[in-house]
Design a binder for this molecule. Structure first.
Ligand SMILES: C[C@](O)(C(=O)O)[C@H](CC(=O)O)C(=O)O
Ligand SMILES: [Mg+2]
Length: 301
């Protein structure tokens, strides 16, 4: 009911403890606040807020158009309805190092457990597209240092993402990751590595928690969780999977409705009213006012 029982500090602590262990953390990206609730309900231990999803949700491409205050507002709506630690994609930090610093404080205030900042230039692009550019290593180091200085809760996770693999090659990407760790990054997101061999090389060279981005239709070979666990990775990320699933289903449904003039054939595939109410904790609100939930729903609806 009202959905959360934990403080942001507790969730940050949980994430830190989880990353200190050996077990892979599987992190699906929420597509909206209630889907974060579903991520928790289905047994996952952390959720992600993707820049690509937040932009797409507003009908925008993932090119750095969204602002830090827009994503902070969405983050707050999400952290209000889940007890899971939530990691957010803070793109390039939305400007200069001073903007990255402000972004860190906004994301702490939004109840998140951590964020990642990347070393792309502005305007940025999806890490799995061609034609990316990265800022000089020193500039990203300034970004990371500004973020570290701005952080107030030492448990708030600051992850640095390097997009350099596609631009400067694997060795340079590893070199950058090490420099970002030296600048204070707690964890590394090596973007768009090709295959197991490259994931392994990163693991051998970089001594902090590592995230593997298993996005669909990208440049990385999709590895299953067992393989990622064996490779010693700490987080398996599925950033846009739920959005793609939902949008695929919504489009099919719209076409079916248009073609058939009724939603009858869709009923077996859609979420029932009772499941939605269960997820919303509808019945629990009777504790405030018994008239809120004094009805029963027919089976199967
Ligand atoms: C992780 C990512 O930054 C995101 O915004 O979700 C994207 C995902 C995608 O576009 O598939 C990225 O990898 O750049
Ligand atoms: Mg992104």
């Amino acid at each position: 009911m009202l959905h959360t029982r934990t403080t942001p500090a507790e969730r940050r602590h949980t994430l830190r403890e989880r990353l200190a262990g050996d077990r892979l953390l599987v992190m699906p990206g929420a597509l909206n606040p209630i889907s974060a609730r579903l991520i928790q309900d289905t047994g996952f231990e952390a959720a992600y807020l993707s820049g690509a999803v937040l932009a797409a949700d507003l009908g925008l491409p993932d090119i750095g158009l969204t602002t830090s205050t827009e994503i902070a507002a969405r983050a707050q709506q999400t952290t209000r309805v889940t007890d899971l630690p939530v990691l957010i994609d803070a793109d390039t930090g939305f400007g200069e190092p001073m903007n990255a610093a402000r972004t860190v404080q906004l994301m702490e205030d939004a109840g998140l457990a951590g964020l990642h900042l990347e070393d792309q230039v502005n305007p940025k692009r999806c890490g799995h597209l061609d034609g990316k550019s990265v800022v000089p290593r020193e500039e990203m180091i300034r970004r990371v240092r500004a973020a570290v200085d701005a952080r107030r809760d030492p448990d708030f996770l600051l992850m640095a993402r390097t997009d350099a693999r596609a631009v400067e090659g694997l060795a340079a990407a590893i070199g950058r990751a090490k420099a970002y760790v030296d600048a204070g990054a707690d964890a590394i997101f090596p973007e768009a590595l090709a295959d197991e061999r490259e994931f392994e090389a990163f693991r051998k060279a970089v001594p902090v928690p590592l995230l593997a981005n298993m996005t669909e239709f990208g440049k990385s070979r999709r590895l299953d969780t067992r393989t990622l666990q064996d490779l010693g990775y700490d987080i398996a990320l599925y950033p846009v999977t739920l959005l793609r699933l939902a949008m695929g289903a919504v489009e099919d449904g719209l076409r079916t409705l248009a073609a058939e003039g009724t939603q009858e054939s869709l009923l077996p595939r859609i979420q029932t009213r009772s499941r939605l109410y269960e997820l919303l904790g509808y019945a629990d609100y009777a504790a405030f006012d018994s008239a809120v939930f004094d009805f029963t729903l027919p089976p199967g609806t």
